[in-house]
Design a protein around this ligand. Structure first.
Ligand code: H79
Length: 440
């Protein structure tokens, strides 16, 4: 058994087996959507402890963990209100935990007894009404599904320092687990038709062991347009950095940062370390400027209500998106580093650049190496054209001058202003080193 007591740095993602050219059409809504809301809801919210990991890491006994089943009422779970809040946040998709590593299914699975309909006072399917409410609002519906099921007698892993068996020693037992797991996936595919599958826990087994390729094929046979996240040992469609913000741009064409709104995925009452709206907006715009999405997580309480701090953040984010969304949704990654010290995006036809400017700034914003002439500069939320100045342009050289844009204080956003630069023609950048000729 391996223990991860040191900083774990070797969690390499399996090599992508999917050719981006073959999936680019179905990926378009995801590429345009930019913002998703992740929902971690499960029995762990009753005591407010780590989802599944608390018993796995032996912070609580397995029976005590499972005792939460008795307290899971979901009597304040209001899927319509939740979907409305998600809509208001500006998110284009939502991903709901259908089953975490603890194996507790949130729908009435006929595979095994461990689900909230059969085993908790909630006694209802939590997925159907949410998916319906999301779709009624034009929001894509995603299903988080843990490949790991530490509760299942046929699953090898259990506690951090004890497992039930080794796959190669008992292949028949493993095959039984896969049959169970695939049965649940069939149920989800047929009953809820997820637009997106968000797998988790693939690191416990190889692609061959999971039969990852067959899972992909099966899910696509139900819905060829379903998107599959990158946690299927190479058989997914996009990369999924978790919590850690990428400082250099991820390699794969599509990626999504999943991040908690405070420090935990599920509801934990002692965790009040909420990110501020400004922090969320700056993380969001930074991800988008690198061509990625943000999947922002919320954790409903055991009764299903949403903590007020989370409601507030989603509403603030929504208000910001309403005013500034033009610079984010349906855009593409921004200028390469070196032209502007901050996040930027481009319109799809690359005739407009959007710059993200943290509030409050008194100094003019600087853009370097912009060869295009400028049609107009505005701040989103206002029609008034901004004045700007081009500094250091040498008349006989093709090297562009420096563009300085002062932003009037009364036009600045309280969190993040978006400066819209409309160009004549498609963005054309000078990438040289300052020589007299443009290629130097
Ligand atoms: O559902 C949430 C978390 O419960 C789950 N994913 C999000 C969305 C999650 N928690 N931790 N992780 C995923 C990553 C776990 C990494 C580790 Fe390991 C498992 C560190 C040590 C054991 C993987 C395997 C990395 C090193 C070995």
């Amino acid at each position: 058994m391996v223990f991860y007591t040191m900083l774990y740095t070797g969690y390499a993602q399996a090599q992508h087996r999917v050719n981006p050219d073959e999936i680019k059409e179905k990926m378009q809504w995801f590429a345009d959507g930019k913002l998703g809301i992740f929902i971690h809801y499960g029995i762990y919210s009753v005591k407010g402890i780590d989802e599944s990991w608390s018993f796995h890491n032996k912070k609580i006994s397995y029976p005590d963990y499972m005792n939460q089943l008795k307290g899971f009422t979901a009597n304040q779970y209001k899927p319509d209100e939740l979907a409305q809040l998600i809509k208001e946040s500006g998110a284009r998709y939502a991903v709901m935990t259908t089953k975490h590593h603890d194996g507790v299914a949130l729908w009435n699975s006929k595979y095994g007894p461990l689900n909230v309909v059969k085993k908790t006072p909630a006694e209802k399917d939590l997925l159907k009404p949410l998916y319906d409410a999301l779709r009624a609002r034009g929001i894509k519906a995603g299903a988080y599904f843990s490949l790991i099921d530490w509760s299942h007698a046929d699953y090898p892993g259990f506690l951090k320092d004890s497992s039930r068996y080794q796959v190669n020693a008992q292949p028949a037992k493993w095959a039984k687990y896969l049959t169970f797991m695939n049965g649940q996936l069939d149920e989800l595919a047929k009953q809820y038709k997820p637009d997106l599958w968000w797998f988790d826990g693939d690191w416990e087994h190889s692609a061959d062991e999971w039969k990852a390729s067959a899972i992909r094929q099966k899910l696509l046979s139900y819905n060829p347009n379903a998107i599959i996240n990158g946690r299927l040992q190479g058989f997914g469609d996009y990369d999924t950095p978790e919590q850690n913000f990428p400082v250099s741009r991820p390699n794969y064409k599509w990626w999504e940062l999943c991040m908690t709104i405070n420090d935990n995925w599920g509801y934990q009452p002692q965790d009040t370390n909420f990110k501020t709206p400004y922090e969320i907006i700056s993380i969001f715009t930074d991800a988008v400027s690198y061509g990625g999405n943000l999947l922002l997580d919320i954790g409903p309480k055991g009764d299903g209500s949403i903590p007020p701090q989370e409601v507030n953040i989603l509403k603030e984010l929504g208000a910001w998106n309403k005013k500034n969304g033009e610079g984010v949704f349906n855009t593409v990654a921004g200028m390469p580093q070196g032209h502007y010290y901050g996040a930027s995006t481009l319109s799809k036809d690359s005739t407009t650049v959007y710059l993200f400017v943290p509030a409050k700034t008194s100094a003019p914003v600087l853009v370097k190496g912009l060869k295009n002439s400028i049609k107009k500069i505005t701040v989103l939320g206002s029609e008034t054209p901004l004045n700007y100045k081009i500094v250091g342009k040498i008349s006989w050289s093709a090297v562009p001058g420096l563009l300085y844009i002062p932003i009037p204080e009364n036009q600045q956003d309280k969190y993040m202003s978006v400066i819209k630069i409309e160009l004549n023609g498609k963005l054309d950048l000078y990438r040289g080193k300052g020589g007299f000729l443009t290629n130097e």
